[in-house]
Design a protein around this ligand. Structure first.
Ligand code: ZN
Length: 362
């Protein structure tokens, strides 16, 4: 027998060889750990301890007579892995071993022997993942009829070249995020951020006193303007002014109502452009207003008591600081910051351009 012949012999009638199976030898020899785990299951079935010793001996005999290959033995264990009752499992294993023929035959005929487990249909949902290289994945799960209709729409008028990028552009046009061929915007409008001007309180006094020509102000869209340009602006429609104090953070304006007003929401958004929980990627624009000290416990709707938290972290935040569990958001010198259940303050560095960082460098 040549070398390939002996390799094939090992794979096609492995049931005797499996008696001396040793996972560590295979791992040391460089085999894939996933494959070794599969083989451990096969070895355990045919040579491990069991109450069903007669069935086990019978299984080895049948595997030998139907010349089950290693891949078929692995497949059989996978096929019956969800069966809980050990006696039923043995009966199904013996039935599958008795099927003569190649891998595809075993696969096809096993469908009649081991019925597929009915999994509940997935719920329709849309999910968004983490950005990488300024790209971000979106996953949509929905009834196949809807998905087929979307695919059909996206596949219309495909030109030469890969379909994926063309379907992406088509989808963006359908959502109204690209001008249509006839330049008619349709569908949802693209989100247009309304930039805030960030003005330290002292600078504001300087500018209002008429001495602000040299003062450079930052905007939340990443641009700057001088104090003179600021005064020349027609405020209200496009630009809004946000005032920040170096120690207190955004300046308080209202405190007597439970729900934050738009101005407070904007200030909270500017203070921390993401949910403050470390590594959370949710933008403040998609977050909920959170009272750091709960309104029901006397917490006011003051800027120093507000933070923008994503839906999930707003619900899991520890509202009672004396019972640390998931961690909680606190106000640290004007900036919402997450304190771990063990008491460590950990900033979220996903987006480093919050107002207090831009204005005061922290
Ligand atoms: Zn979050």
């Amino acid at each position: 027998m040549n070398a390939f012949g002996s390799l094939v012999a090992g794979l096609t009638n492995p049931i005797e060889a499996l008696a001396d199976f040793d996972a560590q030898v295979l791992l040391d020899a460089g085999c894939s750990p996933a494959r070794v785990r599969e083989l451990v299951k096969v070895h355990t079935a045919y040579y491990g301890k069991t109450k069903f010793t007669r069935k086990q001996a019978n299984a080895i005999k049948i595997a030998r007579s139907t010349k089950k290959a290693l891949d078929q033995l692995v497949y059989i264990e996978g096929r019956i892995s969800s069966i809980e009752d050990p006696a039923e499992k043995w009966d199904l294993r013996l039935a599958l071993l008795s099927i003569p023929g190649n891998y595809d035959t075993l696969k096809r005929r096993s469908k009649d022997i081991v019925p597929e487990v009915d999994k509940p249909a997935p719920e329709p949902s849309v999910g968004f993942g983490r950005s990488r290289d300024e790209s971000r994945p979106m996953n949509v799960m929905g009834p196949e009829r809807d998905m087929a209709a979307i695919e059909y729409a996206l596949r219309q008028d495909l030109k030469d070249g890969p379909a994926g990028p063309q379907m992406y552009e088509k989808l963006m046009r359908l959502l109204g995020l690209r001008p249509d061929e006839d330049d008619q915007p349709s569908g949802i409008a693209p989100a247009v951020p309304r930039p805030l001007i960030l003005i330290p309180l002292e600078e504001h006094i300087t500018i209002m006193g008429g001495d602000g020509d040299e003062v450079i102000l930052g905007l939340t869209d990443g641009t700057t303007m001088t104090g003179a340009e600021f005064l020349a602006q027609n405020f209200g429609d496009v630009l809004e002014v946000a005032m920040f104090h170096p120690q207190e953070g955004p300046v308080n304006l209202y405190d007597t109502q439970r729900f934050a007003n738009q101005k407070q929401r904007d200030l909270a958004r500017a203070t921390m452009p993401t949910c403050p929980v470390p590594d959370c990627r949710h933008a403040a624009d998609n977050c909920e207003v959170h009272h750091i000290k709960a309104w029901s416990k006397g917490g006011l709707t003051n800027m120093d008591n507000l933070a923008m938290l994503c839906r999930y972290h707003n619900r899991t935040n520890d509202d009672d600081p004396t019972k640390p569990h998931h961690g909680r958001v606190e106000n640290i010198r004007g900036t919402p910051m997450w304190r771990s259940p063990r008491g460590y303050l950990i900033p979220n560095t996903v987006h480093p351009f919050g107002a207090m960082t831009l204005l005061y460098g922290r």
